[in-house]
Design a protein around this ligand. Structure first.
Ligand code: ATP
Ligand code: MG
Length: 393
């Protein structure tokens, strides 16, 4: 029955001359989201609104599911198009619409007609009254409520006539790409995919970096990260995943530094390398899944230590989240089941029994001096042998 979707979007912050940029990015993300959908769609901007019009048959549920992942959309209204074949016919179409969409008739409604085409012979107010009458006549159980109707029946008279009443909530946020790009440190855990999702929701495109430590971490652990990037890409668009072979750097740190500081020093090298790639790829910040106090390396003191090695801002959207709250989002965005697959990640192999929880920066810096001889070369090699995987759905 439905042939199109009218897309509602939040307009806060997009007034004035940037609005068309915002709309264009939204259109682009909608195209991306619907590209793989069963059926073909034309996305069209018209008078400050965006429509996705199906060209022939399509899978309604799939299309809605995909649009619900496009940030910037606040509501998705399924629309029925009718030809203008006279008012009599319109009354029939509208009553048939009500019958099909609302099998239970014990509801209140209001007709909200708009005559966008002024050569239509009946005025909006009169259309409201006449259509209202026709509905009441067909379904006496229904009643009109002009203040708080259960059903707001919109009828817009344009070249064609649009009928719609349902609003399916969208994800909100800003269209991806409207806010620049950032580098996500993506591990195989629960937190970092959620962190990436949250920043993408604010309109930020994502690149990602994964530190792989073969043979201590398996190919399956790497595949898991690729799979997570793929799930995130349903929302964020294609993700360029940079895979860094981190083994030699980790072994070197393991050999030269006190074991209780291993995690912190390793994290500092992750941040340095991530920032290096970020700057090369025009990213404006780094993103991690850290949350205060979750583990030894995420106390406020530890965060000072990992933070001090980079210039770019580090976005930590989960900083004030409890694990349960993070899991809730992970479930909602469908990363949880993949995140909990039991493949070792590189941090679990090199962890000390008693890692420092309040690292002393002076000591950390001094112990990093032990690495002076070989670390630059190792970092250079890691960057040179970096693998790029373009991940998309
Ligand atoms: P996550 O669930 O995201 O793995 P975590 O609770 O295991 O987080 P840590 O292992 O301390 O926490 O890592 C903190 C953050 O550092 C992660 O959220 C992620 O952003 C980044 N990180 C950790 N390990 C890696 C890795 N191997 N590759 C890329 N980023 C990583
Ligand atoms: Mg982890």
């Amino acid at each position: 029955m439905f042939t199109a979707f009218l897309i509602k979007y939040a307009e806060i912050g997009v007034k004035g001359k940037n609005r068309y940029l915002f709309e264009d990015m939204l259109v682009r993300q909608m195209k991306y989201a619907l590209k793989k959908c069963e059926g073909r769609f034309v996305i069209r901007k018209s008078q400050g609104r965006i429509f996705a019009e199906a060209q022939g048959e399509f899978d309604f549920d799939e299309a809605v599911e995909r649009l619900r992942r496009v940030f910037g959309i606040s509501g998705i209204c399924p629309v029925v198009y009718a030809e203008d074949e006279g008012f009599e016919k319109l009354c029939q179409r509208v009553t048939a619409y009500v019958d099909e969409v609302y099998p239970d008739k014990h509801r209140t409604f209001k007709v909200n007609a708009r005559r966008a085409r002024k050569d239509y012979p009946i005025e909006s107010m009169e259309i409201n009254a006449l259509l209202g009458e026709a509905i009441l006549k067909a379904y006496p159980e229904m009643s009109v409520d002009v203040h708080k109707p259960d059903i707001m029946l919109n009828v817009e008279i344009r070249e064609k006539i649009y009928i719609y009443s349902e609003i399916i909530p969208g994800p909100g946020g800003m269209p991806v790409g409207s806010g620049g790009k950032a580098m996500l440190l993506l591990s195989g855990g629960i937190d970092s995919p959620v962190a990436g999702y949250m920043i993408a929701k604010r309109g930020v495109k994502l690149d990602a970096v994964y530190f792989h430590a073969p043979p201590y971490t398996s190919e399956r652990a790497k595949q898991k990260v690729v799979d997570l990037a793929r799930i995130v890409s349903r929302y964020a668009g294609p993700v360029w995943l940079h895979v860094i072979n981190f083994t030699d750097i980790q072994l070197y740190i393991h050999e030269k530094c006190p074991h209780e500081e291993l995690t912190i020093i390793m994290r500092r090298y992750m941040m340095r390398i991530a920032e290096h790639i970020a700057k090369e790829t025009d990213c404006l910040g780094l993103i991690t899944g850290e949350s205060i106090g979750q583990v030894a390396s995420q106390t406020m003191q530890s965060l000072i230590a990992t933070n001090e090695v980079c210039e770019l801002p580090v976005y930590r959207p989960l900083i004030g989240f409890d694990k349960l709250e993070i899991v809730e989002v992970a479930n909602r965005i469908d990363t949880f089941e993949t995140s909990i697959l039991p493949y070792e990640d590189c941090c679990t192999i090199f962890v000390a029994k008693h890692p420092v929880t309040k690292p002393n920066l002076k000591f950390i810096r001094r112990h990093e001096q032990n690495l002076q001889e070989g670390i630059e070369e190792l970092v250079r090699t890691a960057l040179e042998t970096k693998e790029l995987i373009v991940v998309e759905e």
